[in-house]
Every structure is written in C-alpha cells, then in structure tokens.
Design a protein around this ligand. Structure first.
Ligand code: NDP
Length: 329
C-alpha cells in the first residue's frame, strides 16, 4: 500500500475535494514502468488540476501532479531497469493520466527520461516542468541566433517558476536579464538569481497604443501573454525573438502585426508537453550543465502532499515565489 493525493468530484455540486488516500499497486492505471516517486512539484497547471480542473482532467477520481522524479521499481520495457533514476514531464500525465502526487506511479516508458548526471531527483523537481520549459525557451532563442552581448533579454512573470529558472539560466549564460515582476518585494530574490534590471509589471500593463515603441529587448521569455506580450512585441529589437511560454495574464493576444512586418520580430511557440524524446534529453542535459545549483536551491520551498490543495490555490493567484518541491514520502 502507498499514499496518494486523490481528487474526487462531487457529482451533485460539481465541487472537487482532495484527500490523502491509501492505494494498492493494483489501483494504478496500466503502464510498462512502475516508479517509486521521490519528488513532485507544483506548476500552474497543477493548480488547475488540484481544483476544478480547468477542463484538463478527464475523469475522477484523479491523481494530479504533472511531473515527478523517482526510481524505477519494475519495468517491462528494455530501456529501464529497477534502480534507474528517471524524470517525467508532460504527456498529459497529471491531467488525462494519473500523476506524481503519489508515492508510486505506473506510466508508459516512452514518457520517461533518464535523470541527467549531476541532478538529484529533488533538484530535477526543483526544475520541474516550469524549469524544463524555461530551458526549451532558451534553446528556442539560441536557435534564432541570440547571443550574450546583444542587449537585455526580458523575462516576464519573473518571480514565478518559469521566470525564476529562465532568469537564473540566462544570467548564468552571460545575458543581461531584465526581470518583469508585479511583486516589488521579490527584487532582492530576482537580483540574486542574476537579474540586472527590474521592470515593474505596471509599466507593461497598458494595452498597445503605438504598434512600435523604442527597440529595447534583444530577446524575451514570456510567461504572461495577453496585453503584456502585445506591448513587448512592439519593443523588440530589429529581428529579435520572443518565446511565448505562458498565459498567466490571459490567453488572448491583442496585438498588431506591425512588429512582424516592419521589425522582423519573431514569435516562437514553446510547448513542453509533446516534445520529442531527443529534445527532452538535450534540454535536461543543458539544465544539468547551465543552471547554477546554488541559485536553484534559493528558489525552493519544500512541501508535503497535505500542503497541495492550498498551494494549488496560491499558484493560481500568482502568489508562489520560485519553485515548490513536494516530498511525497
Ligand atoms: P507561476 O504562477 O509560478 O508564475 C507565473 C508568474 O506570472 C507569477 O509568479 C507572476 O509573476 C506573473 N503573473 C501572474 N499573474 C499575472 C497577471 N495577471 N499579469 C501579469 N503577470 C502575472 O507559474 P509557472 O511559472 O509555473 O507558469 C507560468 C506560465 O507558463 C503559466 O501560464 C503556465 O501555464 C505556463 N506554462 C507553459 C508551459 C508550456 O509547455 N508552454 C509549461 C509550463 C508552464 P510576478 O509576481 O513576478 O509578476
């Protein structure tokens, strides 16, 4: 028997309720690898799946947790043997499939990536889907030719999970990082991660009035979307790229096409869920190499399964700083 955080839906009220439940291996869904989960984490999507689901969860009862790191306990797939350390992000685990808020998970072998050398399961979940996505965004900007020295790179939602890892990664790679935050009290935290400029959220919150403003940014990793992303497009340097990662400020994009047409600005879409295996491996290797572990440590808040319902509400309210590591044991 093992413990998991099970979310159930009351069919009469439509309300969801989360509780820690004891399950047996036979309760787990089919899959070819059984993993003893060491750590999971809390991402924005987990906040949705811990509550009403936001349309992501298909059936109840459900175990959320869109990512986890742990140790293979049994495998019917030749690529994995008991004792292997693995990490899982994406593939709609924790949404359509039972996820990582559990001491055991049974999953498809194709969804697992070997833990890169140099990262522990705890550190891998301090990175989590948020940090993995930040790395994909950096890789996307590099592919477009971004190099240190080109000018400041903007990171929005900087004190959140994606933003914190993006800030630390870019700063460590030698970029001048301008961090956008709506929480001025996070200034010393963001500067310690390597931000050289703080940009108040309010300065980018007005909707687009002029399609082109001064060319300020050599690149951008945007976790916010909506009118902030629209404003940023008009502030990019000629030929520069914005990696669109998130929608913390809204899913709309009230923008003009003028920055694309007159400044050759590029808008790059970043998806972490269905990335092919080889891209995942490369991103995890780069994280192990380029993310300074002492900065990663400074982002961590440790939690237990019982803390998750409250943390889910906090992350949806934009109140979580950095990364939460959930010790499921
Ligand atoms: P967090 O809640 O940790 O971070 C989001 C940050 O955005 C907040 O900390 C806050 O930063 C800022 N923010 C929140 N609300 C607003 C608002 N209304 N207007 C402007 N800024 C706001 O979430 P994550 O970092 O885990 O995820 C960030 C986004 O990225 C989410 O939308 C998530 O769904 C998406 N995402 C996408 C992935 C993909 O595959 N494309 C994968 C992972 C996440 P501050 O206080 O510093 O202003």
């Amino acid at each position: 028997m093992f413990n998991a955080l099970l979310v159930d839906k009351n069919t009469e009220t439509g309300n969801t309720e989360a509780r820690i439940t004891s399950l047996s291996i036979d309760d787990l869904p089919a899959g070819d690898v059984l993993v003893a989960v060491d750590y999971s984490t809390v991402n924005y999507k987990d906040g949705l799946c811990l509550g009403a689901g936001g349309g992501l969860v298909r059936s109840y009862p459900h175990i959320p947790g869109i990512d986890f790191a742990g140790t293979v306990e049994a495998s019917q797939d030749a690529r994995f043997t008991p004792g292997d350390k693995v990490v899982l992000t994406g593939w709609r685990v924790g949404e359509m499939h039972w996820g990582g808020y559990s001491q055991k998970a049974r999953v498809n072998a194709d969804w697992l990536v070997p833990l890169p050398e140099g990262l522990t399961p705890r550190q891998a979940m301090a990175v989590g889907t948020a940090g993995f996505t930040a790395m994909l965004a950096v890789l996307g900007l590099e592919k477009q030719g971004l190099k240190p020295g080109a000018g400041p790179v903007l990171v929005t939602g900087a004190a959140g999970g994606v933003g914190s890892v993006a800030t630390a990664l870019l700063a460590n790679l030698g970029y001048d990082v301008a961090a956008v935050t709506g929480r001025p009290e996070t200034e010393s935290y963001l500067r310690a991660l390597g931000a050289t400029q703080l940009v108040p959220r309010s300065s980018l919150s007005e909707t687009v009035k002029r399609p082109l403003e001064s060319e300020a940014w050599a690149g951008c990793i945007d976790a916010v979307g909506s009118s902030m992303l629209a404003r940023i497009l008009g502030q990019m340097q000629y030929g520069a790229s914005v990696a669109a990662v998130g929608l913390a400020g809204g899913a709309d994009l009230p923008a003009s096409v003028i920055p694309f047409l007159l400044r050759g600005v590029n808008l790059l879409g970043i998806d972490s869920v269905l990335q092919p295996y080889e891209n995942r491996r490369v991103a995890w290797e780069r994280l192990a190499k380029d993310l300074p572990l002492e900065k990663l440590e400074s982002m961590i808040q440790v939690a237990q399964l019982s803390d998750l319902p409250q943390l889910g509400r906090d992350i949806l309210a934009g109140q979580v700083k950095g990364r939460i590591v959930v010790d499921v044991n």
